[in-house]
Ligand binder design. Structure first.
Ligand SMILES: Cc1cc2nc3c(=O)[nH]c(=O)nc-3n(C[C@H](O)[C@H](O)[C@H](O)COP(=O)(O)O)c2cc1C
Length: 227
C-alpha cells in the first residue's frame, strides 16, 4: 500500500475514538480466538526497546480464572472507593480535587463506570494481561522507561486493532500495586515478569464512539523549550 492509499479519515477516526469501554461491553457475545490472535500479531508490530521483543500477552478465557482475577480487582476497587486503600503519592496527585478543575467531572464519570466494571469484570469474556520480561522497581528511570515503553505501545496497538474490529477494551492498572503477585500465581506468570496492565475485551454494544474532550493541545505542546 502506498501513502496515497492510506485512508487517513479512518485511521484518525480509530485513533480518536478508541475509548475506555466499561459499560458497553457485550457480556454475552463470545470473542473469536482468531481475532484475538490477529490483534496480538498487529500489537507486536509496535516498537520494542533494544529489539528485545520481551512482551507477552496472557489471554484468559477460563471462567474460573477470570472470576478469581475479577474478585481481586473488585477487592482493590472496594478499598479504593471506601478510602482505605493508601494511594501512591504520584497517583494521589492525579486526582482532581475541585469541581473547578476541568478534569473533575470526567473523573467522576470515570469512577462511576469503573465501579460498574469492577462489579461485572468476571462476566467479561476475555481478559488480556500484557506482560514484559524483567522487573524495574529498583532500576533507574531509563530502565523503567524502556520496560514500560516496550509494552504500552503494543498494548495500545492491541486496543486499536480490537476497536477497528468492533471490540471494546479498557487499560487497567489500579490493581497491580496490590495484587500483581496473586494474579501471577493464578496464571503461572514467572516472578521476573512484570504485568503492565489488565485489558478486559468484548464486543461493544451500541453505536460508534466519539472523540474525548481533552484539555487544549497547546497546554501540553512545547516548542523548543518548556512553557
Ligand atoms: C496507565 C493507565 C491506567 C489506567 N487504569 C485504569 C484502571 O485501573 N481502571 C479503569 O477502569 N480504567 C483505567 N484506565 C483507563 C482510564 O480511566 C481512561 O483512559 C480515562 O478515563 C480516559 O478515558 P478514555 O480512554 O475513554 O479517553 C487507565 C488508563 C491508563 C492510561
Amino acid at each position: 500500500m502506498d501513502l496515497q492509499n492510506i485512508d487517513l479519515a479512518s485511521v484518525d477516526h480509530v485513533l480518536c475514538t478508541t475509548r475506555a469501554v466499561r459499560k458497553r461491553l457485550d457480556l454475552q457475545r463470545p470473542v473469536e480466538r482468531e481475532i484475538l490472535e490477529r490483534c496480538i500479531e498487529i500489537a507486536t508490530q509496535a516498537p520494542t526497546g533494544l529489539y528485545g521483543e520481551t512482551w507477552h500477552f496472557v489471554v484468559v478465557t477460563d471462567p474460573e480464572k477470570r472470576a478469581a482475577i475479577a474478585a481481586m480487582y473488585k477487592k482493590t476497587g472496594d478499598a479504593f472507593f471506601s478510602g482505605t486503600l493508601s494511594l501512591d503519592p504520584y497517583l494521589a496527585r492525579l486526582h482532581a480535587r475541585s469541581a473547578k478543575d476541568p478534569r473533575f467531572a470526567q473523573q467522576q464519570r470515570m469512577y462511576a463506570s469503573g465501579r460498574y466494571l469492577a462489579n461485572h469484570l468476571h462476566e467479561v469474556p476475555v481478559l488480556v494481561l500484557p506482560c514484559i520480561e524483567g522487573r524495574v522497581e529498583a532500576a533507574g528511570p531509563g530502565a523503567q522507561a524502556s520496560l514500560y515503553g516496550s509494552i504500552m505501545p503494543a498494548t495500545w496497538s492491541l486496543m486499536l486493532a480490537l476497536r477497528a474490529r468492533g471490540l471494546g477494551s479498557v487499560l487497567i492498572t489500579r490493581h497491580i500495586e496490590h495484587c500483581e503477585r496473586e494474579i501471577a500465581e493464578i496464571l503461572d506468570i514467572p516472578d521476573d515478569v512484570t504485568q503492565a496492565a489488565l485489558v478486559p475485551v468484548a464486543y461493544f454494544t451500541g453505536a460508534d464512539f466519539k472523540p474525548a474532550k481533552r484539555l487544549p493541545v497547546q497546554k501540553c505542546t512545547h516548542w523548543n523549550r518548556w512553557g
